[in-house]
Design a protein around this ligand. Structure first.
Ligand SMILES: N[C@@H](CCC(=O)N[C@@H](CS)C(=O)NCC(=O)O)C(=O)O
Length: 195
């Protein structure tokens, strides 16, 4: 939203206090996950759905290729790959204890998922062209999404920052004022892609 230049209010949800599991939050996002977009009476959850809705409402910003073009289809492919394949595995990496009833099993899940995540990121690295952005010359939501996942993947044995093309995109994005503003608003300090 910062990139779109539209007005919005950021309300941080304190995960440490389980604020995303309160009755109040579950009313707007029954999955108890972050983020949720609230626009008057209109409420939307699932990050990719929010991104697609925002690009559709703001076509002039050009954060996605035109509808019904091969580029748009490719854009969908990678957005869905990131949200549907990489992101759930990252959640498994962080919340490994949730995925086993064995009290000692969590670390084994984390270890296995670490390898799989590295392979997912390598698929993106291999598919990326000359850049400078994910889709070539045009900056898009894919770059923003990749930056977010690259931060989340910073604890992997081979983190995305070690993959040259992904690293180039992330470093480029980190120079953007909108990205810097978001990072500051979130209160994130230190190396965004590092540990
Ligand atoms: N599929 C959801 C996943 C969102 C998600 O997992 N968000 C994390 C952000 S930290 C979260 O809410 N984690 C808290 C938890 O799962 O308890 C989306 O894309 O919006």
């Amino acid at each position: 939203m910062q990139e779109l230049g539209v007005e919005f209010e950021l309300e941080l949800v304190d995960r440490d206090k389980n604020a995303h599991k309160t009755d109040e939050y579950l009313k707007i996002n029954p999955a108890g996950r972050i983020p949720t977009l609230v626009d008057g009476d209109f409420v939307l959850f699932e990050t990719a759905a929010i991104c697609l809705h925002l690009v559709d409402c703001n076509p002039a910003a050009g954060l996605a290729p035109d509808i019904a073009t091969p580029e748009r289809a490719r854009f969908y492919q990678w957005l869905i790959f990131m949200t549907n394949t990489i992101q759930p595995d990252i959640l498994m990496f962080y919340y490994h204890d949730r995925y086993t009833s064995d009290p000692d099993g969590g670390p084994f899940i984390r270890q296995a998922i670490d390898q799989r995540l590295v392979e997912w990121f390598e698929i993106i690295e291999t598919a990326l062209g000359e850049g400078p952005y994910f889709m070539g010359e045009n900056y898009s939501v894919l770059d923003i999404y990749l930056l977010m996942l690259s931060r989340w993947g910073r604890f992997l044995t081979r983190p995305p920052r070690d993959m040259q093309k992904i690293n180039n995109i992330c470093r480029l994005l980190l120079q953007r004022p909108a990205v810097q503003q978001v990072i500051a608003r979130e209160g994130i300090k230190g190396d965004f892609l590092g540990c």
